[in-house]
Design a protein around this ligand. Structure first.
Ligand code: PLP
Length: 403
């Protein structure tokens, strides 16, 4: 990132916080935390101190905090591990029980959707409304019909593309009645709003360090002490036997240094206030509207997904990048080709609409002038992207260059 870049893509990854960098470097001891010699024991102490801080910040017990190699890995262990455990009767033996259903919202991150598919179970997607919020009636109806055959529910706390807050508490309540464990991908929630694992009554939850300004490649899977989870990858049996591999003591220390302060959402109001000029532009500009639900309490702080009529999201990302502003489309690429957002498609948008979005997300180092610079650059970028889209569609329709 050059000094002139204005960074507006925190939902993809936040810049490293000084506290995380300092803690990471201070924890730079040579020992493997599983080794019995003194350096190993020091590394173990670093890991356990980090685990305690992380547990405190997330409202969990230290023994419930498993360190992973990131949010994707935590989601995979949760979804596949819960599924495997739930194919047995829960007494610790190998008596099989048929629980083929995996209930996930249609707007989950691919880390959940792909791992749900990889279970080999029967994946049922919870539909969302035009606001991107999961349909509770569908969950209730599914559990009434198939509660006894449902292995797990995975519902994110807040969506990474639109910021829409999901009805996690209500789903936990419904699932409790049916005896179904709930995993929550809280990657876009933690740091923006309070998260209390035990109070919420979750079976498992995912957190990712680099979204909070901690190091990349570090994550947490919080797993309740009574939650059954079978390993997905075998190895040395670290982290309660479900996440084998050397524990990253430095990474854990880096995450612990930021998860505490950011778990208190003191910056949420600040982030929303900074977005006021963008909200005003969207209200006034004929080509702009929000895909983010804007009712009070409907979205996480600091994130806006903009629908830009008649333009492609990736063209806007490119044009804004030329102007020194880093935003994203929010949706994934496959083999380098931008795909229409599965989240916006699930919200009932057309493929064209689902390709015409950009996501702006703020975080710990954002300042008001970042947003004013975006607001100044956006109208010209929109015009240029709309012109490019007109040329592209005319070419595609065969209007140009034909003999
Ligand atoms: N879940 C959500 C909602 C995310 O936004 C992301 C990252 O984009 C992930 C999971 C994956 O986390 P990580 O990048 O740590 O693998």
């Amino acid at each position: 990132m050059s000094a002139s870049d204005i960074y507006l893509d925190y939902a993809a990854g936040a810049p490293l916080r000084a506290a995380a960098r300092d803690a990471y470097l201070a924890a730079d001891v040579p020992g493997n935390p599983s080794a019995v010699h003194r350096p190993g024991r020091r590394a173990r102490e670093t890991v356990e101190a980090a685990r305690e801080r992380i547990a405190l910040a997330l409202g969990a017990q230290p023994a419930e905090v498993l360190l992973t190699g990131g949010g994707t890995e935590a989601d995979g262990i949760a979804v596949q591990g819960l599924y495997r455990a739930r194919q047995f009767d829960g007494t610790g033996g190998d008596d099989a029980v048929a629980r083929p259903f995996v209930l996930v919202s249609a707007v989950e991150h691919h880390a959940v959707l792909e791992n749900a598919r990889l279970t080999g179970g029967q994946v049922v997607q919870i539909p969302v409304g035009p606001d991107g919020v999961a349909d509770l009636d569908f969950v209730a109806a599914h559990l009434a019909a198939h509660g006894g055959q449902t292995a797990l529910i995975s519902l994110m706390a807040a969506n990474n593309e639109t910021g829409a807050i999901q009805p996690v508490h209500q789903v936990i309540e419904l699932a409790r009645g049916a005896g179904v464990p709930v995993h929550c991908d809280a990657v876009q929630w933690v740091g923006k709003a309070p998260f209390r694992f035990a109070e919420w009554g979750l079976a498992a939850a995912t957190v990712s360090s680099h979204k909070l300004g901690g190091p990349v490649g570090v994550g947490v899977l919080v797993v309740g002490r009574r939650t059954g989870l079978r390993p997905v990858i075998g190895g040395g049996g670290q982290e309660r036997g479900v996440r084998s591999g050397t524990v990253d003591a430095r990474g854990a220390a880096g995450l612990a240094a930021v998860v505490g302060p950011v778990a208190v959402p003191d910056g949420a109001g600040r982030l929303e206030a900074m977005l006021a000029p963008l909200d005003a532009l969207v209200a006034a500009h004929p080509s702009l509207s929000y895909n983010t639900p804007m009712a009070d309490g409907a979205h996480v702080a600091g994130l806006r997904n903009l629908a830009v009529a008649g333009a492609r999201g990736e063209a806007l990302v490119y044009l804004l990048d030329q102007a020194g502003l880093a935003v994203s489309t929010g949706s994934a690429c496959t083999a380098g080709l931008p795909q229409p957002s599965h989240v916006l498609l699930a919200m009932g948008q057309t493929e064209e609409q689902a390709r015409s979005a950009i996501r702006v997300s703020l975080g710990h180092a954002s300042v008001p002038s970042d947003v004013t610079a975006l607001v100044e650059a956006l109208p010209a970028a929109i015009e240029a992207a709309q012109r490019a889209e007109t040329v592209r569609t005319e070419r595609a329709a065969g209007g140009w260059g034909q003999p």
